[in-house]
Design a protein around this ligand. Structure first.
Ligand code: ATP
Ligand code: MG
Ligand code: MG
Ligand code: MG
Length: 569
């Protein structure tokens, strides 16, 4: 590609509303542009990387024997009513009506559609196991779309669904998908961890999340120093054997109870006596996209661990708020999201348990320092409490007894589940077994956030000059920068020659033939993050050399013109 004929939409200034580095750099490097909250256009430069991520995912999924399909993004409500999720899914589900008044949604996930397809297409055990995947646009009406494509509303996901005669077969495919995901993230060249996770709202018996490690990650993941044990923080609490479990609330109280100033403020704000009524009172604030308001109150009571309370909620006292509609929140908590009102203290509701959000919980200030009207809870105090709470888990022995636990931040880029027969039972997806008996199929599902991977890769790989792409997903692998080519035919010619040579050898090459100052070109190539750069100049050519610099290198070096290609290999 010639830069003079390509949309190099780089920007010098850091965009004011981009909070995290990947969002800033994706805008500055001309990869994406915002259309509306959580909706992004991929510019040519960004799309190249997105497609490379997709290609690697496809290749490894195909290698595993999964078959690619493409299901509609818009789904009829009837299927969601069959699975029970039409009412359960909550505010993230974008519902719509067609001209005949029939209900549809824009798919946030595709369990219903695939189960419907397969119950019609597969009738015998002989056709099992089978695994189907797609790379598809999803829509989730996230309460707080933010961080660019990291938490968008419309985003690209690879989702796969497997069908089985029995649990044993499901286990085999689950393990195969686990290995396939490792192969995919290895090929991306990212530092990641697979961790045990709760299967949560999607249901099922086992689940693993894949996290790209980055300090800006929204999730806390827990590792053992002495073994392979790794889990997300919620799971780490559940599986800890008794004796090593995190402190119950009684003890947690000491570290989590808001200080008097906070309690007073909460009491005043919510019209309750927070000191006497609850042992621990946590309040979560959420800024709406426009930054205006938003309050969800949550109350934690009793002698439970945080996790047991969450389980209790799932068992029916109240849905976790992340799954609830605004009306359901109002019913459960007694105040409208977005308003400030008295809370119903009899309903323990927990929204979210990752320590990344504990600042929100404990002091009502979110990570960007949003403050509830009338109360100036201090962000530092909130963060201190997060540290305290982390200490409850960190330094527990590992549940397998080997090593101690450490906590790191991660970005969830993949999630695999053993669904079991949750959807196949609800939707009556059966096959005939060897004896001609009708059996309900077992299912697994395997999600991977294709567009989120792009942002996560940048969170992990950047410096003060811009992005540093791993080779496998760089928009271009090599940049050739010609200096003053418009004045020097020798330079122009040598640049063209090298460009052809590298392209023929199979490299993705960007020839920066723009009539720009050298400094501008260098800065752009660094910002965009192209891993290898050759500079063609008159001075170099006179000495028979090109100048090479790897994106991560501190020093440039001269390479004889004829050795450019072997040098790269
Ligand atoms: P999160 O915890 O970040 O909200 P999730 O657990 O709701 O994600 P899953 O239902 O497990 O997401 O979906 C599979 C994958 O899709 C996730 O692992 C993530 O990589 C990606 N994903 C989910 N929500 C978004 C989003 N809003 N924007 C971009 N990618 C997303
Ligand atoms: Mg989510
Ligand atoms: Mg998640
Ligand atoms: Mg998930």
């Amino acid at each position: 590609m010639r830069a003079s004929r390509y949309l190099i939409a780089t920007q010098k200034e850091t965009p004011a509303d981009a909070e995290i580095i990947s969002h800033q750099l994706m805008l500055r490097a001309g990869m994406i542009r915002k259309l509306a909250a959580g909706l992004y256009t991929w510019l040519p430069m960004g799309l190249r990387t997105l497609r490379k991520v997709e290609r690697i995912v496809r290749e490894e999924m195909d290698k595993s024997g999964a078959q690619e399909v493409l299901m509609p993004a818009v789904q009829p409500a009837e299927l969601w009513e069959e699975s029970g999720r039409w009412t359960q899914y909550g505010g993230e589900l974008l519902r719509m009506k067609d001209r005949h008044g029939r209900d549809f949604c824009f798919g946030p996930t595709h369990e219903e559609v695939i189960t419907d397809l397969i119950r019609n297409e597969i009738s015998s055990y002989k056709e099992l196991p089978a695994n189907f995947y797609q790379v598809q646009t999803k829509f989730r009406d996230e309460r707080r779309p933010r961080f660019g494509v990291m938490r968008a509303r419309e985003f690209l996901m690879k989702d796969a669904y497997s069908f089985h005669l029995n649990a044993e077969s499901l286990n085999e495919t689950y393990e195969l998908m686990h290995r396939t995901y490792c192969a995919i993230f290895d090929r991306f060249g990212l530092d990641y961890r697979a961790v045990q996770a709760d299967s949560g709202a999607i249901g099922g018996s086992a689940s693993h999340e894949f996290h790209v490690l980055a300090s800006s990650g929204e999730d806390d993941i827990v590792f053992s120093t002495g073994s392979d044990y790794a889990a997300n923080i919620e799971k780490a609490e559940t599986v800890a054997p008794s004796g090593t479990r995190p402190a119950p609330v009684e003890e947690m109280k000491e570290v989590a109870t808001p200080d008097q100033k906070t309690i007073d403020a909460v009491s005043q704000l919510l019209g309750i006596d927070a000191t006497r009524t609850v042992k621990t009172l946590l309040v979560k604030a959420e800024a709406d996209e426009d930054g205006s308001s938003g309050l969800v109150a949550l109350v934690l009571r009793g002698d439970h661990t945080l996790n047991e309370i969450k389980a209790e909620n799932l068992a029916g006292v109240a849905e976790p708020l992340t799954m609830a509609t605004d009306e359901e929140i109002e019913q459960a908590v007694g105040c409208k999201p977005g308003s400030i009102g008295p809370v119903n203290l009899n309903v323990p509701v927990i929204v979210d348990r990752s320590a990344a959000h504990l600042a929100d919980f404990v002091c009502g200030a979110n990570r960007e320092g949003f403050h509830l009207t009338g109360v100036n809870w201090e962000r530092d105090a909130a963060l201190e409490r997060v540290e305290d709470l982390r200490n409850v888990v960190e330094g527990d022995p590992s549940p397998d007894g080997k090593g101690t636990l450490e906590i790191r931040r991660g970005i969830e880029v993949g999630h695999i589940f053993k669904l079991g027969n949750k959807y196949s039972t609800a939707m009556n997806a059966t096959v005939l077994d060897e004896n001609g008996k009708t059996v309900i199929m077992d299912m697994g599902c395997y999600g991977l956030g294709v567009s989120r991977v792009v942002a996560a890769a940048i969170e992990q790989n950047h410096d003060e000059n811009g992005i540093i792409w791993p080779d496998a997903i760089a928009p271009f692998q090599v940049a050739i920068v010609t200096l003053n080519a418009h004045k020097s035919p020798t330079v122009a010619e040598a640049g063209e020659k090298l460009y052809e040579q590298l392209r023929q050898a199979g490299y993705d090459v960007l020839l920066d033939d723009r009539k720009e100052r050298p400094g501008v070109k260098f800065a752009d190539m660094e910002l965009i993050g192209i891993p290898h750069r050759f500079v063609v100049s008159e001075r170099g050519l006179a000495a028979g050399t090109l100048e090479y610099k790897g994106r991560k290198d501190a020093e440039k070096q001269d390479v004889p013109v004829a050795e450019a290609l072997p040098f790269l290999v």
